[in-house]
Design a protein around this ligand. Structure first.
Ligand code: GTP
Ligand code: MG
Length: 216
């Protein structure tokens, strides 16, 4: 019984939220990732929509609940409903639109203020198929992402470039974060505290003798 419990892969349920200005391609990225579809027409998301995706990374199974939010400013105030309790956020800008990059910075500030470092951040420059119309340089975006502890990816939902990698990388980081939090919890649990206390006794015993003999 114990052997089968060890062999069964661990399952993680992660919530991921997509944020960013209207028309940058949030819905297109999710549709490409989950259903491998692309729609040339912009149909503004109202409030938010929800899709799920299962993936396996090594011996871990991951169930992603992906919340695709509305980019229109009139829906901004709804943000907390969707990013609260999220394990990861994908902040998207359109590489041809510098305003949409500034909007990403606003979202990062808000998320840091409200959620601290509990949430894993990924910044995406989408529409790389429109390279000739680029208005946000890769260096600027990468430097900014690094400065706020986010990873940065470039994608084209249209051509299916880089999309899978975004969700894979984010899932890996959310697993690492979950492992870290589990380890912290274990360290604080009463049973592990007694183990730690036992270690302290051992540590005190070993160096105590030579120090005493050296001083007196
Ligand atoms: N050229 C190009 N167009 C894209 C790409 N991704 C999305 N689009 C187009 O950009 C427009 C907006 O895409 P959406 O995915 O609806 O944008 P959104 O961010 O969900 O917009 P809101 O729901 O209003 O917040 C659509 O016309 C898409 O076809 C891309 O990678 N390249
Ligand atoms: Mg949308």
């Amino acid at each position: 019984m114990a052997a089968s419990a060890v062999a069964s892969p661990r399952v993680h349920d992660f919530k991921v939220v997509l944020l960013g200005e209207g028309c940058v391609g949030k819905t297109s990225l999710v549709l490409r990732y989950v259903e491998n579809k692309f729609n040339e027409k912009h149909e503004s998301t109202l409030q938010a929509s929800f899709l799920t995706k299962k993936l396996t990374i090594g011996n871990r199974r991951v169930n992603l609940s992906i919340w695709d939010t509305a980019g229109q400013e009139r829906f901004h105030a709804l943000g907390p409903i969707y990013y609260r309790d999220s394990n990861g956020a994908i902040l998207t800008y359109d590489i041809t639109d510098d305003d949409s990059f500034q909007k990403v910075k606003n979202w990062v500030k808000e998320l840091k203020k409200m959620l601290g470092t509990d949430i894993m951040l990924t910044i995406i420059g989408n529409k790389t198929d429109l390279e000739k119309q680029r208005n946000v340089s890769v260096e600027t975006a990468e430097q900014y992402a690094e400065s706020v502890g986010a990873t940065h990816f470039q994608t084209s939902a249209k051509l299916n470039r880089g999309v899978e990698e975004v969700f894979l990388d984010l899932s890996r980081r959310m697993i690492e974060q979950a492992d870290k939090q589990d380890a912290e919890k274990r360290a604080l649990s009463p049973s592990s505290r007694s183990t730690a206390a036992g270690n302290v006794v051992l540590l005190e015993e070993t160096p105590a003798a030579p120090i005493k003999s050296g001083c007196c």
